[in-house]
Design a binder for this molecule. Sequence first.
Ligand code: XIL
Length: 391
Amino acid sequence: MSISLNRRSLLTGAAASGLAAPAVAAADFGPVGRPSWAADGPQGAAARKGLAFGAAVPSNLLNRSPDFRTILARDCGLLLGNNEMKMAVVLPEPGRTDFAPADSVVRFARAHGQHLRGHALVWHEALPAWVAPRLAGADARQAEDLLRRWIDTVAGRYRGMIESWDVVNEILAGYGPVRRPDGLRETPWLAALGPGYVDLAFHLAREADPRAALAWNEDSLEHDFDWVEARRSRALKRLEGMRARGVPIRRFGIQAHLVGDHPFDATKFRRFLRELGQLGLGIEITELDIDDKAFPADIAARDRAVADVVRRILDVALDEPALLNVVTWGLFDGDTWLNDHPDHRRRDGLRQRPLPLDEGMRPKPFRDALIAAFRAAPDHSAARARLRNTT
Ligand code: XIL
């Protein structure tokens, strides 16, 4: 079942759900402070090229650890909560919202003059338990209503404060057989709304926060495998269609959860970025980390190998004018999801070292590689200015 997108019905729906004014004003999150970052850190180097560097942060650590706050303030020009704006956290039960975790990230970023990303409005994971059954029992109208109310709730609250919002996340089918000709992943949203749910989510997000650059964020697009190349083609094809249909998408997020020994073809990746840029989209590296399980146990050797992977992808990525932001999925090794994930755990039982700082929050070669890559990059200021207001 697919839904017909009719602008008038969208606007009527928005009015009916009381979207007119956000319940909270930006000023309630405190004044925007002076930029806190160090000139010789990754954000300092990025900013000189019109780029930004940042990290995903968990609010519990942010609220608990002064040392963590210090490294975030020093190294980052952009932050996002790693789970804080997901549906499972914000809407744990129908009608009950919890904004406290997200609010603390928003407050911290504003106080430190840092930009914010929003992550993620429509995803098949981090759904509260009540949502899948609710969607399964809904007709298209009711499902659209649920999606609208959810997007209004979270994107409406932070309206005007978010540089870019991940509107849809990981929507393409992954490693296994791709059953649908359009290559979409089968999710409760797709089942309830049909393939039009992707465009619909962008229109709804646009109503909720007209200034945010709306993004499609996607995984498994970086390495040199046939199935990955097929995903790159599918992403480009869908993006062309979205642009032709006037869907308000302005950014494309490449997650970049890289695996140390997986092949990387600079030419193919460069071509992909160029084609994204030619579609008029801004590009962000949104979740960079390096799974080091193929690398030796020795720490110096391992950290060097990880830094080499970082440099290899960034040298290609930062050559592309449309590339705007680089974001790591955590800032230090004590805060990585990779040790919890069965696909990523190291066989020797050692903990992963996938991020710019070590478990003691000391800089690693990864951080040096970031700084060196930003220093070597061309100036992106003109492209950023050009892409700022594109719809
Ligand atoms: C991860 C979080 O970091 C974990 O804490 C959580 O348990 C699972 O999700 N792709 C994404 C992110 O888009 O939202 C995921 O974050 C990592 C993979």
